[in-house]
Design a binder for this molecule. Sequence first.
Ligand code: NAI
Ligand code: MG
Length: 353
Amino acid sequence: MKLKIALLAGDGIGPEVTQEAVNVLNAVAASGGHTFEYVPLLIGGAAIDAHGTPLPDETLQATLACDAALLGAVGDNKFNKLAPSERPEAGLLKIRSELGGFANLRPAVAYKALADNSPLRPEITEGADIMFVRELLGGLYFGQPRQWDKQTGRAHNTMVYTQEEVERVARIAFDIAAKRPKRKLTSVDKANVLECSQMWRFVVDQVAKDYPTVTVEHQLVDSMAIHLMNRPRDFDVVLTENLFGDILSDESGVITGSLGMLPSATLGGKVNLYEPVHGSAPDIAGQGKANPIGAILTAAMVLRFSANLEREAKIIEDAVVKVLEAGYRTSDIARGDIAGQTKVSTMEMGRLV
Ligand code: NAI
Ligand code: MG
């Protein structure tokens, strides 16, 4: 297997965690006879420093010529005075929209070894393993018209979806659900109030006919927010629109217990974009304190979704579990009051995995 990966390490802890993800990918390549080629590219603050813009055209074009893009994080306090359109974060938003991925996958997994890091009781989280599929390019975040009219004191946004936009993200979610052991898909909407949600539910039911092995249920978003905290184990793939997915997937970060543990993948565009959920963490950058597991699990998603190397992806995920069970902890997941934990640096954690 040959794979050309754009490396958009970015700022702060971005380069530190991305390096560990690359080391893990290289270990997979070496043991399986695969060739992973990396194309290091500037984005965010690093690109502003070198070229005066957070997303140089060269970066975008080179990324479009790769099979997958692996991003660290962008952002640095020294750019805080710049207008939003000039800041490092603008480069990330632009590359996301240029690549065109519309299905944002965010797993929320409860690790037994980290059960005490979640504010939820271990008997509630134990075994929870949810894959959120959030529609990323539609709904309120992009709908037109949108305006804050300061004269009249009235503001509006528009929730818009087309059937085609719902169908394409639903198909990705069903494809994923069909391959998971529970084969269950929960579609979340607000169909008791919103026309967009009524159409959403209609389209999901249509697509479901093509996936007879997948059990489908519909939940309303408000009660879903409670179900996720009360009985997270009952969910498998959770499919929802942009705003609801933003809120519910963040809420579900509680199940895992640390921001540094969470990976993500955005599929369906010209090139899939893979990034840990966390930001550039300037408060711990350059100190070897960053947890690289979010980035490493993101690398596993690269193998699963861009290389069809499911077995290798699973080996990485299992290795993470083993390292956690052996008690190794970066500072964000360490607890001084629990015996048997060994505090390790970013590099040590990467090497252990
Ligand atoms: P953040 O995610 O960078 O950090 C929040 C807190 O979590 C900090 O205390 C940080 O030390 C900790 N943390 C984050 N990742 C960690 C890791 N891997 N290991 C251990 N601890 C970790 O969010 P924050 O502080 O709001 O933003 C910092 C900068 O990052 C800003 O410029 C922001 O705009 C940018 N940002 C970029 C994102 C991206 O590139 N995808 C996403 C979120 C924020
Ligand atoms: Mg969010």
